[in-house]
Design a protein around this ligand. Structure first.
Ligand SMILES: NC(=O)c1ccc[n+]([C@@H]2O[C@H](COP(=O)([O-])OP(=O)(O)OC[C@H]3O[C@@H](n4cnc5c(N)ncnc54)[C@H](OP(=O)(O)O)[C@@H]3O)[C@@H](O)[C@H]2O)c1
Length: 296
C-alpha cells in the first residue's frame, strides 16, 4: 500500500511528528507557511489539485489563543475559511480530509469529560474560529474526519512542557493553576494514531473514512490540572539537578488574567473513537514519560 498524502503544517508540533510518522505509508507532500498561506484561503484549492492526494491532513492552525482576541479576522481566515476551502478541494479530488480541532470549543462548565454530542460553546475567539472550521469541513461533505484534541505538547517546540522546565530553572517557586483541567496529549502519539488509522484504510482512505465521517474526540487518556501536569513534568525531568524551583504553589485561573478566557474543565471523553477505530491513546502520564525520556 502506498498512499499519496498531502500534509499541511509540517513544522507545527503535530505536523512535524506527522511528517516522520506517516512516511512509511507512502508519498508525502508536505508544506508549511510561507509555501502555503492559510490567510489566503482561496489559494488552497490549487495546492490540493496539484498534489492529487488520496488524503489531505490539515495540521495548520492559528493557535495563539490570547493574540486571537485582537486578530479575529486572521484567526477566522486560517481556522475556519481555509479549513472549509481545503475540505471542499479534498472532496472534489476524491481525497479523504483529516482535520484537527480543539477542546476549547467547549465552555468547560459540564463538570465531566465532553462527548461528541455535547453542545459547543466557545469562550474565546480561537475556540469560536475552530468551531466554525469544524462546521465548514463537515458541510463540505465527502470523507471528513475531525479529530478534536486537547493540550497538545511536544518537546521540540515551545509548549507547556518546555515552559515548565524553563520556569523550574529560573524561579525559586512556581505558581500553577489547578482549576484548568484537560487531557495532556503528546503530539507524537497523536501522529502515531493518525498513521494507524490511515493504515487501517488498506489503500482506500476515501472509502474507509467516508463510512466513518464525522467528529471524534481523541486526546491523551485521563485528565489532569495544569498543576498536576507540571508536577509530573518536574518528576520526570531528566536533569532535576538543574531545577532551582523548590516549591509548587497552587493558584486559581482568576489570579492570572489573560486576554482570552479559557474553559476550566474541558477534558474529552474519547470512547467513541475507540469504538469506531479500535484504537486509543495511552494514559497521559505514560506518554509524558516517553516524551521526556532523553534516550527516546
Ligand atoms: N496546541 C494545543 O494545545 C492544541 C490543543 C487542542 C487542539 N490543537 C489543534 O491541534 C492542531 C495542531 O496544533 P499544534 O499545537 O501542532 O499547532 P502549532 O504548533 O501552532 O502549528 C501550527 C502550524 O500552522 C502553521 N501556520 C500558522 N499560520 C499559518 C498560515 N497563515 N499559513 C500556513 N501555515 C500557518 C504554523 O506555522 P508557523 O510556526 O510558521 O506559525 C505551524 O506550523 C491545530 O489544529 C490546533 O488547533 C492544539
Amino acid at each position: 500500500m502506498t498512499l499519496r498524502i498531502l500534509l499541511l503544517g509540517k513544522i507545527g508540533q503535530l505536523g512535524w511528528e506527522l511528517q516522520r510518522t506517516l512516511a512509511p505509508l507512502g508519498e508525502i507532500t508536505a508544506f508549511d507557511y510561507p509555501e502555503v498561506d492559510f490567510s489566503h484561503p482561496s489559494t488552497l484549492a490549487q495546492v490540493v489539485q496539484a498534489a492529487a492526494p488520496q488524503v489531505v491532513i490539515n495540521a495548520v492552525a492559528y493557535t495563539a489563543v490570547d493574540k486571537a482576541e485582537t486578530e479575529e479576522s486572521l484567526a477566522r481566515a486560517i481556522n475556519a475559511a481555509a479549513t472549509g476551502e481545503l475540505a471542499q478541494a479534498a472532496r472534489k479530488a476524491h481525497a479523504a480530509f483529516l482535520h484537527v480541532s480543539t477542546d476549547y470549543v467547549f465552555d468547560g462548565r459540564k463538570g465531566s469529560p465532553y462527548v461528541e454530542e455535547d453542545t459547543p460553546h466557545p469562550l474565546n475567539v480561537y475556540g469560536q474560529t475552530k468551531l466554525e472550521g469544524e462546521q465548514a469541513a463537515l458541510q463540505a461533505g465527502g470523507a471528513v474526519v475531525i479529530l478534536r484534541t486537547a493540550w497538545v505538547y511536544s518537546t521540540r517546540r515551545d509548549s507547556f512542557v518546555t515552559k515548565v522546565l524553563g520556569w523550574s530553572r529560573n524561579q525559586s517557586e512556581l505558581r500553577l493553576v489547578n482549576d484548568q483541567i484537560s487531557n495532556p496529549t503528546w503530539a507524537r502519539m497523536l501522529a502515531g494514531i493518525t498513521a494507524l488509522l490511515l493504515a487501517k484504510s488498506r489503500g482506500d482512505p476515501f472509502g474507509y473514512l467516508d463510512e466513518r465521517s464525522g467528529l471524534y474526540h481523541l486526546a491523551g487518556d485521563g485528565y489532569a490540572s495544569r498543576m498536576e501536569w507540571a508536577q509530573e513534568i518536574l518528576k520526570l525531568d531528566p536533569n532535576p539537578e538543574q531545577q532551582t524551583a523548590r516549591k509548587l504553589i497552587p493558584a486559581n485561573t482568576s489570579e492570572f488574567p489573560t486576554p482570552a478566557v479559557r474553559p476550566l474543565f474541558s477534558a474529552l471523553n474519547c470512547e467513541h473513537f475507540t469504538q469506531v477505530f479500535g484504537l486509543r491513546l495511552p494514559p497521559w502520564q505514560l506518554a509524558l514519560r516517553q516524551a521526556m525520556d532523553p534516550l527516546r
